[in-house]
Write a protein that binds this ligand. Structure first.
Ligand SMILES: [Zn+2]
Length: 398
């Protein structure tokens, strides 16, 4: 499975993956998913929001145990974030069959579309739509950097954008969702564990900062006559780091757009995107408010206006305690695997508002994620498959 996926959407110079929603690379990943489903004789379907499902057993029976993740990537992402959960899900189905396990509940493997939000700026669009956590009209308004709307992109990829929306009937059939994911930090590595389970997902959000000044000549405009938004932006980036550090939170400006973008021109507009996360919602709100305040104060000095728009927000997710404990025990065959929180958002976090949800993490020795250095050793991936198969067997086969 890894061999088939390895070349899809891989950028030759960076070595990272560019599998953005509804692009050619995404279509290739989806074709791969369908092939894997059909090769195993699983019933294949695509839901109204473009998420792919592969069923073992009759979905209508209800109380299904579902596992999977996503196949899209961030710009120049690693190989494992997302695909590890889907590959492991298919491999766990193989493992269950090899064991002769006899499921008494339907099992499904799922690929949620557009998890990373790299193209349209909003994460987990597939699972949010299905769970009724994204307004359909808002989804229709989402546009990529070239002005292509989500409905246009879906249509070009052969989907019917008119169909998108909440899917309560489908979710009502799901009794539990377990997402396996590469760890996006080093907690398992530092503790010497190949596999862990998730306790919670930190609340997190994305804010767009628009710094507006005045474009002018870099060679003829006196420093004191300038209204340079780059200065305000730079101060805000530094403030974000400091406020986050003091609060034990995280704050990152990882994307910036500059107009007009000339080397010899003072910028008229700097648009920066803040990603911030914290252990609790109050801390997160305080950090973002403090960053905003610094931006406005500095903007006044620079003659720059500052507008801040919250583009997305995901509240804290506490995974269902009973399922979490069951999954941790099953994955460790009686000696529960470690249970840890994460600062990364996942489809599992979105679905947890609707169905009991749990996560498994596989050790990532580099701790790096959303970059080509993201890694999981083959032995650890195999341990993840065994743990996932144990979990599925425990949840669906007795
Ligand atoms: Zn992911």
């Amino acid at each position: 499975m890894w061999r088939d996926l390895a070349g899809i959407g891989r950028h030759p110079s960076s070595g990272g993956y560019r599998r953005f929603a509804w692009t050619a690379a995404d279509t290739d990943c989806r074709a791969w998913f369908e092939e894997q489903a059909r090769a195993r004789g699983l019933a294949y379907e695509v839901d109204r929001n473009g998420n792919q499902w592969a069923w073992l057993g009759d979905p209508a029976a209800g109380d299904a145990v579902v596992t999977g993740s996503h196949l899209d990537s961030v710009p120049d992402g690693g190989a494992f974030d997302g695909p590890l959960g889907v590959v492991s899900a298919f491999a766990a189905v193989d493992e269950l069959r090899a064991r002769g396990a006899d499921p008494n509940k339907p099992l499904a493997v799922v690929n949620f579309g557009d998890e990373e939000g790299a193209r349209f700026g909003l994460a987990c669009v597939g699972s949010r739509l299905t769970a009724g956590q994204l307004d359909v009209e808002r989804a229709r308004e989402l546009r990529d950097a070239d002005g292509v709307s989500l409905p246009q992109a879906m249509e070009r990829a052969g989907r019917d954008p008119e169909a998108i929306g909440p899917d309560p009937e489908r979710l009502a059939r799901v009794g539990a969702f377990v997402e396996l994911h590469v760890e996006q930090g080093r907690a398992l590595d530092l503790g010497g564990h190949p596999v862990g389970a998730a306790s919670a997902i930190w609340p997190h959000g994305r804010w767009r900062f628009d710094f507006r000044g005045e474009a002018n000549h870099a060679g003829t405009t006196r420093l004191e006559d300038r209204r340079d938004p780059m200065l305000t932006y730079a101060t805000t980036v530094l403030a974000a780091r400091k406020k986050a550090r003091l609060a034990g939170a995280l704050a990152t400006f990882g994307k910036v757009a500059v107009e007009p973008g000339g080397v010899n021109a003072i910028a008229s507009l700097v648009r920066g995107w803040l990603d911030s996360r914290a252990a609790d919602e109050q801390t997160l709100a305080e950090v973002v408010t403090a960053i905003e305040q610094t931006a406005r104060e500095r903007g006044q000095r620079d003659g720059v206006t500052v507008d801040v728009v919250r583009e997305s927000f995901t509240p804290v997710v506490e995974f269902a305690h009973e399922l979490r404990d069951t999954v941790a025990a099953l994955a460790g065959r009686g000696r529960p695997v470690p249970v840890l929180p994460t600062g990364a958002g996942h489809d599992a976090g979105i679905l947890s508002a609707r169905v009991p949800t749990a996560m498994l993490f596989v050790r990532n020795p580099t701790g790096v994620s959303h970059a080509p250095a993201e890694h999981a050793a083959e032995d650890d991936c195999a341990a993840g498959v065994t743990a996932l198969a144990d979990v599925l067997e425990g949840l669906a086969c007795r």
